[in-house]
Design a protein around this ligand. Structure first.
Ligand code: IVH
Length: 697
């Protein structure tokens, strides 16, 4: 390959310039958070480069940004030996029992005292670089002559797996590095790959919406993403890289660790802004306390801080013991699990009558949050963990998740404690408690007679995805039910401003607003109406499917089991639950009342919405289109019951191909999957539109 100094022709020169330009914009966007061109302009340049590379593959550059979108599929990872082993760090812990700073940080101060002694330097003069201990996946990046040639996982510390294709998709990892003069011959960078908390939440939100499985935590997802054999899957995950050390490099030696970090930053790596040079014990301990306090505000997960001696000569003198350096330490945060005592076990009743035992515990601070209640899930769980009132237990909190009891410290029992059993009757209304076959959950059989269920059923009816009545949240519903103003969801539509004015918390304005919101909610849609009814097992997505299949509430109410079973994703259990719900005289009456009170929705033409070629089929969309946006195509297909996937596999039924389609098209051809070009797509969408129009008329 020739370089910019001697391009073979115009095309090669354009490819070289575009590669350089795009890499620079990529750096500005992902590493500096300071883009200078719009996303559209970037896309345009990117597409142009793709086009040229497809036409003239011989001129494709090794550091081309087009490899960021992945595409390489491996059958296994090859293994490589680390030139410099990837060691671990020794850990020290905070003594949470102590308030006095010297005692609290005793283990840390032992570490600095040892270093001071060995280096014969006064402790107060020791300088350390402090950094967050990223909770991600360790990785080693090797650059030869400025070009990223290999990325290895830690493996056993001596041999790692080659995940280069995957790592190249991570946007804030430079594909090539340049210094002032020539690119450095060799640079090996160590750091951590992670997923930012905000990106993780967004991803899980998407999973929840599409009914997919939720990811456990950002760390596991990052680890799973980096070990994908198909790099386009890795490319679809929002991974980021933070550099924490320079393992080796050619050229002049640096004399301090701080200089190494500055070098890394100067050639384009992200280094957390929390990394800082500190001098003396007091500075080290307060850095730790500060980071612990700010732990939940940081954009990524950390499980402690790392201190590294700044002086490189000092580092060399100290050397290594076993598998860890003696000049560095990981100062871990206290666990998100602490001891408390069970004061009582209460039983709460949910919307569908499910009884959930909740432990009232002696208030404890679990990593910064005072916890007083913890869920015990169900009777089986209580039995399995053998939790009894009076027990000392470990309470666990993971992020925003509801605190739970991780285990009971049975060995700490000093007196005989009574085993907990679930009540025979509902703690709210006294109705029988039933336990369905194969279910661990117990339920109150009181239905809407049970005030707890009633309140929650009404709250659900008003909630955002249901009738979306602004101002009727849990608290207001509780107040209205307790005041005897509403007894069923139909009563909501009989409320008068004057009645509200008699209640606390309501003034002229809030009362009028609520009545207006109630009035507005009457014009709804069939899926919302079905969802609002709160039929067990009928969530938002089943409600949509049912609405499409039956077109009206009447049709749904008179459907028999066979008809219900024909609807997508409706199985035996859901079908029975729907039948039971509509069999209940009380429910039919309320629905009738609601319709009389003015709830309305546009009818749909049953089944027509199901385009036989589309419903249940899996599509992949690739390339760009003249007349459609990809998001639009996706939304329409999903509306008609199709699945739209991100990558081509044997399960794909159709691939919709625009211009500049890349590896996905190749894969589709390889697997012999049917293709739909823009022309055919237009015909298909027009046909679907026609159906929809006839539905809405
Ligand atoms: S320095 C000789 N700095 O923690 C090892 N490690 O227990 C030098 N880690 O596997 C590691 N954040 O992947 C260092 N700021 C940081 C770190 C960090 C996370 C990980 C690292 C290593 C483990 C060591």
């Amino acid at each position: 390959m020739s370089d910019l100094f001697s391009p073979a022709n115009e095309q090669e020169q354009e490819i070289i310039l575009l590669t350089r330009e795009l890499n620079h914009h990529n750096y500005l966007y992902h590493s500096c958070d300071a883009p200078v061109i719009s996303d559209e302009e970037y896309d345009q340049l990117f597409r142009r480069l793709l086009e040229l590379e497809t036409k003239y593959p011989e001129y494709k550059q090794d550091n081309t940004p087009t490899q960021r979108i992945g595409g390489l599929v491996l059958s296994e990872f090859s293994q490589y030996q680390h030139q410099i082993p990837m060691l671990s760090l020794n850990n020290v812990f905070l003594n949470t029992e102590q308030d006095d700073a010297v005692l609290r940080h005793h283990e840390l101060f032992q570490f600095t005292a040892r270093i001071a002694k060995e280096l014969a330097i006064d402790e107060s003069q020791l300088e350390f670089v402090a950094s967050p201990k990223y909770d991600g996946v360790a990785i080693s990046l090797i650059y030869e002559n400025g070009l990223l040639i290999r990325a290895l996982t830690r493996g056993d510390g001596f041999t790692g797996e080659d995940v280069t294709a995957n790592v190249k998709t991570i946007r804030n990892i430079p594909l090539n590095i340049t210094t002032d003069l020539l690119p450095p011959e060799l640079v090996e960078v160590r750091g951590e790959i992670l997923i930012l908390n905000a990106d993780f939440l967004k991803l899980n939100q998407k999973q929840a919406e599409s009914g997919g499985k939720l990811y456990a935590n950002p760390r596991n997802l990052a680890a799973g993403s980096i070990r994908q054999l198909d790099s386009s899957i890795t490319a679809s995950r929002p991974l980021r890289f933070y550099a924490y050390a320079l393992a080796q490099h050619s050229g002049t030696e640096f004399t301090s660790f701080q200089q190494e970090l500055e070098f890394l930053q100067s050639v384009g790596f992200s280094v957390a802004k929390e990394c800082t040079l500190l001098k003396g014990n007091q500075a080290l301990s307060s850095y730790y306390e500060q980071m612990m306090d700010r732990r939940n505000e940081l954009s990524f997960g950390i499980d402690g801080v790392v201190y590294k001696l700044d002086s490189k000569t000092g580092q060399q003198k100290l050397g290594f013991v076993a598998r860890a350096p003696r000049f560095a330490i990981a100062y871990k945060f206290p666990a998100l699990e602490v001891e408390s005592e069970i004061l009582a076990i209460d039983v709460q009743v949910g919307r569908t009558g499910a009884l959930t035992p909740v432990a009232r515990i002696k208030p404890v601070n679990v990593a910064g949050v005072v916890v007083t209640n913890a869920t015990l899930h169900n009777q089986d769980e209580i039995r399995r963990k053998d939790v009894r009132v009076g027990d000392i237990v470990l309470v666990r909190r993971a992020g925003d998740v509801i605190p739970e009891i991780s285990r009971s410290l049975i060995e700490r029992r000093t007196v005989l404690l009574e085993e907990f059993t679930m009540p025979q009757g509902c703690p709210i209304c006294g109705s029988h408690v039933i336990q369905e076959q194969d279910e661990t959950i117990m339920r109150c059989s009181g239905g809407l007679y049970c005030i707890a269920q009633k309140k929650q059923a009404i709250t659900h009816f008003c909630s955002k995805l249901a009738l979306n009545i602004d101002g009727l949240g849990e608290k207001s519903v509780e107040q209205l039910v307790d005041a005897g103003l509403i007894n069923s969801v139909a009563d909501i539509f009989r409320l008068q401003v004057e009645q509200l004015l008699e209640l606390e918390r309501f003034a002229e304005k809030s009362a009028t607003n609520l009545i207006a919101a109630i009035e507005k909610s009457k014009a709804t849609t069939l899926p919302r109406f079905i969802y609002a009814l709160g039929i067990r097992h009928v969530g938002e997505s089943s409600a949509k499917d049912l609405a499409r299949a039956f077109g009206s509430l009447d049709a749904l109410m008179s459907a028999n089991k066979e008809q219900l079973l024909q609807v997508r994703d409706i199985g035996e259990v859901v079908a029975c639950s729907i039948l039971n719900f509509f069999n209940e005289e009380h429910n039919r009456t309320i629905i009738q009342e609601l319709l009389t009170l003015g709830i309305n929705y546009p009818h749909l033409v049953a089944d027509n919405l199901y385009h036989p070629e589309i419903s249940g089929k899996t599509f992949v969309i690739t390339g760009s289109f003249v007349n459609f946006k990809r998001d639009e195509i996706k939304a329409i297909l999903e509306d008609f019951g199709a699945k739209v996937a991100g990558s081509v596999s044997k399960k794909t039924d159709y691939v919709i191909v625009g211009s500049d389609a890349g590896s996905k098209l190749d894969k589709a051809n390889e697997l012999g999957i049917k293709l739909i070009d823009e022309e055919k797509l237009a015909v298909l969408l027009a046909e679907l539109n026609k159906n929809e129009a006839s539905n809405n008329s």
